[in-house]
Write a protein that binds this ligand. Structure first.
Ligand SMILES: CC(C)(COP(=O)(O)OP(=O)(O)OC[C@H]1O[C@@H](n2cnc3c(N)ncnc32)[C@H](O)[C@@H]1OP(=O)(O)O)[C@@H](O)C(=O)NCCC(=O)NCCS
Length: 398
């Protein structure tokens, strides 16, 4: 006997509204992304990541003095405990950086005097500290796994430049700093995507901020979510040249494989972030004097779009991961750090959501998420299964 509700369709919650939010809006059919009322295009052009973090956490853009204070606080809190660095040294060099990040955030809770104190001030304080420390942890792990000493944070540098500095030991050029800063702005927030929903869902149990954020990191690591940017670069490398694109698309279609970085569960037009990133990939290619990856990516996008349309699959366009992969690669960021870089930015949105989940003043007040499921398992007979002691059960395998 199977479940009774035969009309149930597994939708992955597409289009189901589970809460109200004041943080961001994704208008899929128009290709628009709005952070607290501001268009992403406007923010990418004019704002720094620090300004966007402030907007996320304080619900408005900062004034000059507020931004200075906020940036100074982030700088002051970049350092991590020696025990954390020692712990990173004990990790196998081949560990996945997203696993390291997820574990490190849980570890940080052990170093906090009151991780579970559920006040808005405490949650905000933890959030700011996590935004400040995540880049330090990831850069330190990358250096340690390559047999090098971690580089201490540089308080003369902004958030974006400091991460690249801690990774390479060199202060990035101004153009590169701004390009990376825009990447952080673009990835900061995206409404109820999988990892944000994970953070909110954990938070709805009144678990602490560290638990919500480490869970969100786990969710972001999957290939259908944040992990796609790494898979995109691997795909571009596998393709290797513009001439090999047709063959690659044909093989993917024949095998039922995906063109990574294309398609989105909400956008049915080109992702506005991909529109902003594409010319940035061109700029970096020109700075590096090698347009190979730009040419492969743009040609693949055009050809894949045509192939999807020919198959009657409309609305599958480049998403944010399509161009961020090629961009990070040309900034010399190791491929397995692409998703941690996404996390280093997205944490600002996660924190805003956790705070909204717990302290939203507007009705309706968020509740513990507890959906139901359509049971389709066996009953083994007219009623429930009768328990048979282990000695009396028929062996089912030899
Ligand atoms: C992101 C994603 C999961 C969104 O999925 P969705 O909107 O729910 O759409 P579906 O997965 O239901 O796909 C609809 C159809 O288009 C196909 N499709 C969607 N994206 C595709 C892609 N990138 N490559 C090939 N086929 C794709 C699906 O196979 C499905 O075909 P079917 O109807 O024959 O089964 C999906 O587009 C995907 O897997 N993309 C690649 C991974 C990626 O880039 N993820 C990052 C997202 S920001």
């Amino acid at each position: 006997m199977t479940g009774e509700n035969q009309s149930f369709k597994d939708t992955g919650l597409r289009g189901v509204k589970v809460a109200s939010t004041r943080i961001s809006n994704v208008i899929g059919d128009e290709g628009k992304l709005i952070y607290r009322g501001y268009l992403i295009n406007d923010l990418a052009k004019n704002a720094t990541f620090e300004e966007v973090c402030y907007l996320m956490l304080h619900e408005r853009l900062p004034g000059v003095r507020e931004l200075e204070d906020f940036s100074s606080e982030l700088k002051r809190r970049r350092g991590v405990e020696d025990e954390m660095i020692d712990a990173l040294k004990t990790r196998p060099a081949g560990s996945n950086p997203m696993d390291i990040l997820q574990g490190s955030i849980a570890f940080l809770a052990n170093h906090h005097p009151h991780p579970a104190l559920m006040t808005r001030e405490n949650e905000l304080d933890i959030g700011i500290s996590l935004i400040a420390k995540m880049p330090t942890l990831m850069a330190a792990f990358d250096r340690i796994r390559n047999g090098r000493d971690p580089v201490s944070p540089n308080s003369d540098l902004g958030h974006a430049a400091n991460f690249l500095y801690m990774l390479t030991g060199e202060v990035p050029k101004r153009e590169i700093e701004r390009i990376f800063d825009i990447c952080l702005v673009l990835h900061a927030e995206h409404s109820f995507n999988a990892s944000t929903f994970t953070a909110r869902q954990i938070s709805s149990t009144r678990a602490h901020m560290f638990a919500s954020i480490s869970g969100a990191v786990g969710s972001l690591s999957g290939d259908l979510h944040g992990g796609a940017n790494e898979r995109v670069m691997e795909m571009l490398m596998e393709i290797g040249s513009v001439d090999a694109i047709d063959d690659y698309i044909r093989k993917q279609f024949e095998s039922g494989g995906k063109i990574m970085g294309m398609g989105h569960s909400v956008y049915k037009t080109k992702d506005p972030r991909a529109r902003i990133l594409e010319p940035m990939v061109k700029d970096v290619s020109e700075l590096n004097g090698d347009k190979k990856w730009y040419e492969i990516a743009t040609t693949l996008e055009k050809k894949a779009l045509a192939a999807f349309t020919e198959k009657g699959k409309t609305g599958i366009h480049a998403n944010v991961d399509f161009y961020s992969g090629a961009l990070y690669y040309q900034l010399n960021i190791p491929i397995d750090l692409f998703t941690p870089v996404f996390a280093i930015s997205r944490i600002s949105g996660w924190i805003a959501h956790v705070i909204e989940e717990q302290f939203a003043e507007a009705a309706p007040k968020p509740m513990l998420y507890r959906p139901s499921a359509d049971y389709v398992g066996e009953y083994c007979g007219p009623d429930e299964c009768k328990f048979v002691p282990v000695e009396e059960r028929q062996a089912t395998s030899t």
